[in-house]
Design a protein around this ligand. Sequence first.
Ligand code: SAH
Length: 397
Amino acid sequence: LRHLARKLRASGPVTVAEYMREALTNPGQGYYTRRGGVGESGDFITSPEISQVFGELIGIWYISEWMAMGKPNTFQLVELGPGRGTLTEDILRVFKQLTSVLSKCDVSVHLVEVSPKLSEIQAVMLTGGKVQPNPEDESAYMKGISKTGIPIFWYRDIQDVPPGYSFYLAHEFFDALPIHKFQRTEKGWREVLVDIDPEVPDQLRFVLSPSRTPATQNFIQPEETRDHVEVCPEAGVIVQRLASRIEKDGGAALVADYGHDGTKTDTFRGFRNHKLHDVLSAPGTADLTADVDFSYLRKMAQGKTATLGPIKQREFLKNMGIDLRLQVLLQNSGDAATREQLLHSYDMLMNPEKMGDCFNFFALLPHHRLVHPDKKDKPESKSPLPPVAGFNELLLK
Ligand code: SAH
């Protein structure tokens, strides 16, 4: 707060995006830089932290796509914002169990993480802490070997990840990126800004820009019908990069987050100790987040890839076979407490009132994954392409 107040006094109000960036990822005082409280003992809980089944089914999704795309002999698994590393850990366990299927494939893991604190936690979780910082021969800032023998690299930016056939994963990543907020007024669109409150010392408040800002000119569509709009240009840039990389080198991206399809208005909120927290109070001590606008992500793929979804988490997981997996785990668990825990976590992930409806899955896939390139000329000449799991029922041959 002191850092921000000094800045606001010196140079006037800042955009919500700048405020959010400072509060979350300021190199000294940002929430993710210092705390990054994912998990039960932190500020917010995510699906991979609730149940191992979540990551296992996502691992199966990648294997299923890898098979559908003709089993290329190498792929990179690239995760954006891996949190505590739990999701990657669960995926790598599936890869290990399916060694016989993946045996001839050269797999590596690439984690994009800005938080030094969280990358340390990930390193312990995935490698037992045996990592090499600043390897000279790589664009990564850290590297190590997973407990299952797979090389893992860490980067601050997706642009540092080497090109190549890649499966991307972004779970609760896009919602942490800075958003701009806009309000329709009688005088036209105005941007919401963060300023210091002149009446109360060291308190922040929202104000409206007196005139249009560069962001109002660039990010509001002429056909917009809502009165309040949030736009996350950083998410747009990252999706453009993912789409270009998939178009050029092949692979797929799976994005899972809470969000909407271009319909919601004011979704900016904070979490601290699993409770809603005023976004403007004590910046740097709470998670700040906004719903992901999937219609914007689809637009930013710019037709370079096909897109699927958003589809609700409970439908995606059901298609991936969560019910069967639950039955197997229930049968294999000896004690009542474990069975209780399994049922409870299933309910958290699937119940429409909990995470089942508000979380969505969205994918970027090469066009040829959904339509044969020569389909137009010879429609009957090819066998049908396998359906994409999760968005359809999983069929593993
Ligand atoms: N995927 C995890 C964690 C979600 S929290 C889970 O579902 O449990 C958001 C994650 O994104 C954290 O790891 C945070 O440090 C990281 N992050 C936030 N902003 C980032 C940015 N600009 N670049 C890279 N990582 C970022």
